[in-house]
Design a protein around this ligand. Sequence first.
Ligand code: ATP
Ligand code: PRP
Length: 210
Amino acid sequence: MSALKIALTKGRTEKQVLPLLEASGIDCTAIRNKQRRLIFNDLPDYHFILAKGPDVLTYLNRGAMDIGIVGSDILEEQHNEQYEMLDLQTGKCHFVLASTPNFDPYQVKRKIIATKYPNITQRYFRSIGEDVEIIKIEGSVELAPLVGLADAIVDIVETGTTLKENNLQVFATLQSVSTRLVVNRLALKQHQNAIQQLITNLQQAIQTEV
Ligand SMILES: Nc1ncnc2c1ncn2[C@@H]1O[C@H](COP(=O)(O)OP(=O)(O)OP(=O)(O)O)[C@@H](O)[C@H]1O
Ligand SMILES: O=P(O)(O)OC[C@H]1O[C@H](OP(=O)(O)OP(=O)(O)O)[C@H](O)[C@@H]1O
């Protein structure tokens, strides 16, 4: 049987998920000692690549990878046709609407909102019947209301430290986020037993961690 090809979101997600993969019996030594290496295909059962979250879905959607490990923020923001099979219970955070203390959520003027997540932001404001202008920002979104680029931001909060250190307040709490395991539809048919075994092992590892 050929190896399962797994695309793992590099960075924060990778760090949080490696202990779970190891507790599931997967040898992650090469990833732990990776330096600048991005592909790990020496072992027989599992091959890994490390990619940015949005790219993990691209590899999966195009069938280059069988399994993706990615935040639910990315899954909700970006079109994807894959099966979401497991909540890994890591990378837990949530979306908020935040701004400077003087922000008026009932302001008459059409709001300008800065975010890394324009689709999630659009859906949120539509759900409350508001039409807003959205500015897409690639990172350090908290800057936008501080320098007058936007009235408010929609962004991820975990500890709240970034908001606090930049004197921003939460004006609404949106949906929760966590890391998910997603599977390419065709791969699920081709590798059903191996994928089911991986999921069972991960479920046991998650229960031990919790
Ligand atoms: N502060 C946070 N706490 C917990 N999980 C987070 C936090 N920020 C993001 N995440 C989750 O981790 C995933 C990866 O985030 P990470 O910040 O490592 O990547 P990124 O946004 O591409 O940043 P960078 O450009 O610095 O690599 C996100 O998709 C999200 O699911
Ligand atoms: O509530 P906290 O624990 O402070 O975490 C929240 C911060 O983490 C994320 O940023 P990230 O570190 O990914 O950097 P970025 O701004 O470059 O996206 C997010 O966009 C917030 O800025």
